[in-house]
Design a binder for this molecule. Structure first.
Ligand code: NAD
Ligand code: ZN
Length: 364
């Protein structure tokens, strides 16, 4: 299955299926990567032992020269220090203007390797080879970045890959929490634009959690298509693309306050999506949206409650560091129905505090 991201001359295909890694050399040819310039494959310490040998073998048998860089798994590696290490490998490995970088891993690898690709010699070829469910989101759309100690994703660029190659077989080694976390972004794509897909995810939750590849392939195809469509209409987030931030204002605050890794990204945004639906109810939207949202998230084994120790003050403070806060008024993506959202700019800070407090209660 192939989906196209339509961005004029920066358009690119997303290939989704089983057994794609062994053809990665052919995909590099299709992407137009030169045979005489070395390729750099970037991966992390968990993914590399599982899938790098296969990728290297496929590239070499196609005639490519391969350089590799493996960094410790985890969000802490999305740093300027590791960025510099990868740059060093690229320079020492003799990458030139016609070289390309392949990101083999989850969102951390994709964001970091993508930022290297965007900046090495002012930009060289780039391919995403996502190995997490969450990365169906991060690998499509061209946002690449590393973190600054004071703020996540602060140093980055818009840089589209030449191709995304999504081998579903790699997902079979994902731990269960990573599965649910990734599915949070999938259901988010349904909640913002596609009611039928959102309900489909709830209906097929068991198969998805059990890593049934038929079901996962469908969910990722839909998730990627929705993301691709939104990005195609607004590549640089001037407006519409902001709908992709459903659940993320609260979610990012939870990640910042709790520390990265306490809640996984998808878990944090699941609580955030429950919060947005609660906020919607406070703004007069149908309360059934909240109940349906919660039932969908719960079906995917995602959290919907904020633990007691997260103080409203700390969370509000963290949201002020986020880019969507002006003069006591906040911008939120508000669900209008299942499968439809709007961007609301003038939400009172106090209302958000109430939602956070309510998110801690068992019955709201
Ligand atoms: P990740 O890359 O850290 O992967 C999660 C964990 O799973 C890691 O420990 C990794 O080693 C492991 N892993 C990856 N693939 C595996 C596999 N096939 N089998 C077993 N283990 C595997 O994180 P993620 O959840 O994929 O992505 C989160 C990152 O993505 C965050 O940094 C976030 O900011 C970023 N992100 C970016 C965008 C974007 O638009 N660029 C969107 C969403 C998220
Ligand atoms: Zn996200």
């Amino acid at each position: 299955r192939t989906i196209r991201v339509e961005l004029g001359e920066r358009s690119y295909p997303i290939h989704i299926g089983s057994g794609l890694l062994k053809n990665i050399g052919a995909y590099c040819q299709e992407a137009g990567f030169a045979l005489r310039s070395p390729l750099l494959v970037v991966s992390d310490s968990t993914v590399a032992p599982l899938y790098l040998p296969q990728v290297e073998e496929a590239l070499r048998s196609q005639g490519y020269q391969v350089v590799t860089h493996i960094f410790p798994a985890g969000e802490a590696s999305k740093s300027l220090a590791v960025y510099e290490d990868v740059m060093t490998t690229a320079i020492q490995g003799g990458l030139d203007r016609h070289s390309a970088i392949l990101a083999l891993g989850g969102g951390v690898v994709g964001d970091l390797a993508g930022y290297v690709a965007a900046t090495y010699m002012r930009g060289i070829g780039f391919m995403q080879i996502p190995t997490t469910i969450l990365a169906h989101d991060s690998s499509v759309g061209g946002k690449v970045a590393v973190n600054h100690p004071l703020a996540k994703n602060m140093i980055g660029a818009f840089y589209q890959p030449a191709m995304v190659v999504y081998d579903l077989d790699t997902l079979l080694t994902l731990p269960p929490r990573q599965v649910s976390s990734g599915l949070a972004e999938a259901i988010k794509h349904g909640l913002i634009t596609d009611e039928v897909f959102a309900y489909w995810c709830r209906e097929h939750a068991e198969e998805l959690l059990a890593l049934d590849l038929e079901a996962l392939g469908y969910a990722l195809e839909l998730g990627c298509s929705i993301k691709a469509k939104v990005v195609g209409n607004d590549e640089r987030e001037n407006g519409l693309r902001a709908v992709l931030n459903l659940g993320h204002t609260i979610g990012h605050a939870i990640e910042a306050v709790g520390g990265y890794g306490v809640f996984l990204h998808g878990e944090a945004i699941a609580i955030g999506m429950a919060g947005s639906a609660l906020l919607a109810a406070k703004l007069g939207r149908d309360r059934a949206i909240y109940e349906e949202t919660v039932s969908m998230l719960t079906a995917l084994s995602l959290p919907i409650r904020l633990p007691e120790q997260y103080s409203e003050d700390d969370l509000m403070e963290a949201m002020k560091h986020d880019k969507k806060f002006k003069e006591g008024k906040m911008t939120f993506i508000i669900p209008e129905a299942i499968g439809s959202v709007s961007i609301v700019n003038d939400i009172d800070e106090q209302l958000v505090r109430e939602v956070l407090a309510q998110l801690k209660k068992e019955d709201n």
